[in-house]
Every structure is written in structure tokens, then in C-alpha cells.
Design a protein around this ligand. Sequence first.
Ligand code: FAD
Length: 479
Amino acid sequence: MARPYPVPNATIPFWRTELHELDSHRSTAELPEKQDIVIIGAGFAGAALAHYLLKDNPSKPSITILEAREACSGATGRNGGQLRPDLFVGVAERMQARGLETANQVAQFEAANAEAVAALIESEGVACDLRAVTTADAFDDPGDAARMRKLWDTMTAALDCPSLRAVSFHGEPADAERVSGVRGAKVAFTYPAHLLWPYKLVMHLLEGAVRRGVNLQTHTLVHEVSETPDVEGYWEVATSRGAVRGRKVLFATNAYTAGLLPEYDDAIYAARGTVARVVPSSTSSSLSSTSTSSRQTPPQPTLGSCGMPDSYYGARGDADGSLIVGGGGSSYARDRGQWYRNFDDATLIEPAVPYFSGWAGRTLVGWEDGEGGQEKAGRVERVWTGIRGYSADSVPHVGPVPSKPGLYVCAGFHGHGMPNVLLCARGLAAMVRDGDGCAFADTGIPACYETGAARLRKIAEGKAAKAAARARADIYLKY
Ligand SMILES: Cc1cc2nc3c(=O)[nH]c(=O)nc-3n(C[C@H](O)[C@H](O)[C@H](O)COP(=O)(O)OP(=O)(O)OC[C@H]3O[C@@H](n4cnc5c(N)ncnc54)[C@H](O)[C@@H]3O)c2cc1C
């Protein structure tokens, strides 16, 4: 199989339609010969690592960021723009898989992350369309709804789940549909969240890092990192433009991590996904029933954002009235080659494209009868793909790479990086800065995010056991 590297000529997401002057920046014509720290990847994780490595640091290390394509051209530049801590559904799932304490730890970390991102944007005045919204998880399938109701009842009656204090349950179908604005919703859970323009946030962080002396090198693919450090203690990072040596090397490479660290091949794998931008027509019924003026403005959904089993949206509101809609996995899930370990964000997931046309009419109350029927209730302005770094055990890998002192990883955000990356990067930066002075346990990052040999071994063993079971089932079916 080809090594998992970013591919050229990626599809163009809405977020990359207003490019920053550093988008294809190279601070120097040649790569530096050696650096204190080399960061691979200029997405949210790479930019946030650089930010915290330099923040309030009187002894600034030399840092180079190497990025295969343009800055912020990976998952962060092509996601759904949702900064949405998972305060109930994820807690319930994690509680069943890992126990209550871990589920609570992760939920509170995500909530703290979301607050930290919003606070950073506000304190630094980052113009990235930050919007505080009420979000919902809405379920229209009666079986799903019954399961969610039962979980809610159990968790609120008998368990201590602090994150649930921010969640409201709407358990009557009429109420769930009215509150969420999702057609046919049987139950809904609402809670606070944010939307933002992720590219603009990352470029702000990169601009600050470059201003403080970081050497940013875009269009520089790393194809190998040495297996061991050299006699001086530097790791050699081989790129498409020559080598640079780093005393410490940080892998902010998310879905592509195993391309450079094969020991992560089972642990972090690519999952291609689709996002679309839907522009409302000014003729859907929600508008015609409420408009008093002859000049029509676009309709807006009931909530700022919402997640459903097969899709989610974020409404850009006053920014431009459009909806950023992600999902559509049901249209291609069985065709694993379309998404599983697929790194090709230069092409669309073809079966997913028709899913978005008519999505608004099918999904949102009041959007069903735009002129020309459902297809016209929301016009699909663009569709793009992006590569998520799924984690085999569903949580990120943060910390020192096992058996390779000086290498660190911050990756595998499982399609849910916006309420996770910032504080993971802050914690890892503290470890990198302070060396033995800062242990993982001191960083505030949930213990289950810590990468390590035992965790990688467990994942590999789980995968091998599954493969063996599948082979046994095949033999049984054959004979
Ligand atoms: C379609 C889609 C929708 C999503 N929606 C949401 C959402 O709404 N909310 C949410 O919280 N999360 C969402 N996510 C997930 C979120 O975008 C990620 O978790 C987050 O952006 C991860 O940030 P990162 O910096 O780790 O990865 P990335 O942004 O992917 O950055 C990694 C960078 O490393 C570079 N790189 C990799 N390998 C190499 C190499 N060998 N040499 C040089 N450079 C290299 C890549 O080019 C890339 O720029 C979505 C993701 C996708 C793909």
C-alpha cells in the first residue's frame, strides 16, 4: 500500500476561499540545517503547539514547521467548523466502554477546551466568525430515541455526570421537533456550543508564531524520520527539499501519522469524509410565512447547529446565511474503499454528492417546499472531502513516542479535534519545554489520551484477534 502522505490538488473547501498571505509561505529559501524543535504538520495541532512552545517563554527554542501542502490544508481546513464538546451522547458511549470516571474526564476536558478556544479567540481578537450557539443531538429513529431516553434517565437518576448539567432533554416528539427544528425528531438534547472559521484561527496562530521567529516551510513533504538520533542527539527529518535535523520532533500529522511512524498504523487510520456548503434559497416556506418585507432574506434553521445520526450542520447566521453540512456516511459506508484508509481528498466521495442536494428540504422543518421542491430549499454551493485521523480506541494519542526519546505525537483526533486539540497541544508543549519536569499526569489531559507502548500493543492485539475471528467465520461459512 502507498505510504499515507497528503495528496496534491485537494478539493477546495469553503474555508480555503479567503487565503492568508502565509498560506504558501517559506520563511527561508532553504531549510535550516538543525533546530531545537521540528514540528511536522501545519494544521490546528501544529499551529497550537508552536503557539504554546513560545508563549511566555523567555528562552525561545528554534522551531521549524514542515507542511506537505499549503498551511492548514488538512482536516482543519476542510472540517465542519463545529466547536462542539460532546456532553451527552459521547459520555454515554464512553461510560459503557471505559467507565464513568473516564467518560466524565473526557467530557469535562472537551468543555474546558471549547471554553479555552473561545477565550483565546476573544482575547486575541481573532476574526474567525466565532458564534456562540445552542446545538442539539436529535434522533428521529424510534429505536435510537428509546435507547437515548433510557440512557438519559439512568445517567441523570443514578450517576454523577457533571457535563449533563449543561444539557436539556426534550423527550416528547412534538417538543423535540420544535426545539431542534429537525423533521421527525423523537428526542433531542440541547446544550451550548460554538461555530467558527477554523482556517482563520489556525492562520492567526501561525502568523503569531512566524512573527516570534518560527520558520514555516509549506510545500515540504516529510518522507522519513530517522529510526534513531545521530551522535549529537538530533533526529534526521528527510523532506522533499532536503533534510533538517531536530533535537525534538513533534508529529502533528493526524491521519498521516503512520506514514512516518509505522508503529501507529493500527492505532490511527484515515477516514475520508464529506462536507458541503448549502446556500438557502429565499423561497422556502419558513421565509414566506414570516417575512413582512418584500425584500427576501434567507431563512435560518431553528438552532445554530445540530447533529443527527447521519449528518450535522452549522448555520453561519449573519455571516452569510449559509449552512455547513457534513456527513452522508450512509450513502457509502458499505463501500469501505471510499473512506477507510483513503487519503484522497483531491476527489469527492461520489455516492455522497447527491446526498446533499435536497438535504435541507428532507431534514429541516420549514424548508420542505421551496420553489421547485426540496432540491431548491437549499442550493449546494460546493462539496469537498477531508481526511479524518480515526483512532482505533476512539481517543487521541498525545505524548512521547514509545522507545524514541525526543519524538512526540499529538494526533488521532477521531473526527472531533476542535474541542480537543488546543489543550492537548498546551499540555504536550509543556512536556516538550520542561522535559522531565512535566509528566503527562501534570498536563490536565485525560489519562486515556496518553500514547504508549502498552496502548499500541493492546490495539494491535485487538486488531489481530478480530482478523482471526473473521478468518474463522469465513472458513465456517465456506465449509
Ligand atoms: C470532513 C471533516 C469534517 C470534520 N468536522 C469536524 C467538526 O465539525 N468539528 C470537529 O471538532 N472536528 C471535525 N473534524 C476533525 C478535525 O478537523 C480534526 O480533528 C482536526 O482538524 C485535527 O487537526 P490536526 O492539526 O491534528 O490535523 P490536520 O489539520 O489534518 O493537520 C495535519 C497536517 O499535517 C500535514 N502532514 C501530514 N503528513 C505530513 C508529512 N509527511 N509531511 C508534511 N506534512 C504532513 C498535513 O498536510 C496537514 O496539514 C472534521 C474532519 C474532517 C476531515
